[in-house]
Design a binder for this molecule. Structure first.
Ligand code: BTN
Length: 247
């Protein structure tokens, strides 16, 4: 039996599409919210997510879970979000290279190296150990030309990559890919995510740890398993900021 599509809302301005979507879950079980502007957009780790009115894509898919969901299903949304963005960007342009940086940033290859073009923020509401709702927010820099000093070194937009795209078209593509991925079993999504992350076998440094580590596996709960070179010491990592790649 197919699942009914989410109820859709498109707004000129919201504080954050994630917050707006969560409030709507009090009335509807499954919603998709998009906006032209956010006044309090946020990223992971309490960072701000900014952009000028009408220049970027902001959206969130939110759902109220009817039954119990496994912790694995909860983390699966990180991968679903990043893959949805990747598919959207690749459908808009075939010349630019895009990749996922663990866990769910999407980067584009520019003349100055890899730069972030999109971020995904997944938030869960729990009651005890039961996950009641999941909200997956996606931001894509579309026509933004000017970034603050701190962001401009690390971030880019479709416009800066030479891709002319309409924000509403990007939102439409995102919605299609996000709702499709929502239906796909985690096993399949995980396989594709691991392939796109391309980190298994890579040598890395880990903050606070000596020596060189080799990435062994992307676990099905979304964390990474690393093993210290020439030893059997293993660490499970969930924070991307801990990892420094060698190449
Ligand atoms: C990150 O890279 O740290 C995640 C950024 C997520 C930004 C999106 S924009 C739509 C949704 N609403 C928010 O407030 N944040 C997410």
């Amino acid at each position: 039996m197919g699942m009914p599509p989410p109820i859709e809302f498109h707004l000129p301005t919201v504080t954050s599409t994630n917050d707006y979507a969560k409030t709507l879950l009090e009335t509807y079980p499954y919603v998709f919210v998009s906006a032209m502007h956010q006044t309090a957009g946020r990223g992971r780790k309490g960072r701000a997510w900014e952009g000028d009115y009408g220049l970027n894509a902001y959206c969130s898919l939110a759902l109220r879970h009817s039954g119990r969901i496994e912790p694995e299903d909860a983390s699966a949304y990180m991968a679903r979000g990043a893959l949805s963005v990747l598919h959207t960007l690749r459908s808009l342009d075939h010349a630019v290279e895009f990749r996922i940086k663990y866990p769910n940033d999407v980067q584009a290859l520019t003349k100055e190296g890899w730069k972030k073009i999109s971020g995904v923020l997944v938030e869960h509401e729990y009651q005890g150990d039961r996950c009641l709702t999941t909200t997956m927010g996606v931001g894509v820099n579309v026509q933004q030309e000017i970034f603050s000093d701190t962001i401009s070194a690390l971030g880019t937009s479709l416009y800066l990559l030479g891709i002319r795209a309409n924000v509403l078209v990007v939102l439409q593509e995102l919605k299609t890919h996000i709702t499709n991925f929502r239906m796909q079993p985690w096993q399949e999504v995980h396989r594709e995510w691991v392939q796109e992350l391309n980190i298994v076998g890579k040598r890395v440094d880990l903050a606070g740890e000596s020596g060189t580590w080799v990435m062994q596996e992307v676990l099905t709960d979304g964390r990474l398993l690393a093993r210290k070179e020439q030893s059997s010491t293993e660490r499970v990592i969930s924070d991307a900021d801990t990892i420094r790649y060698h190449d």
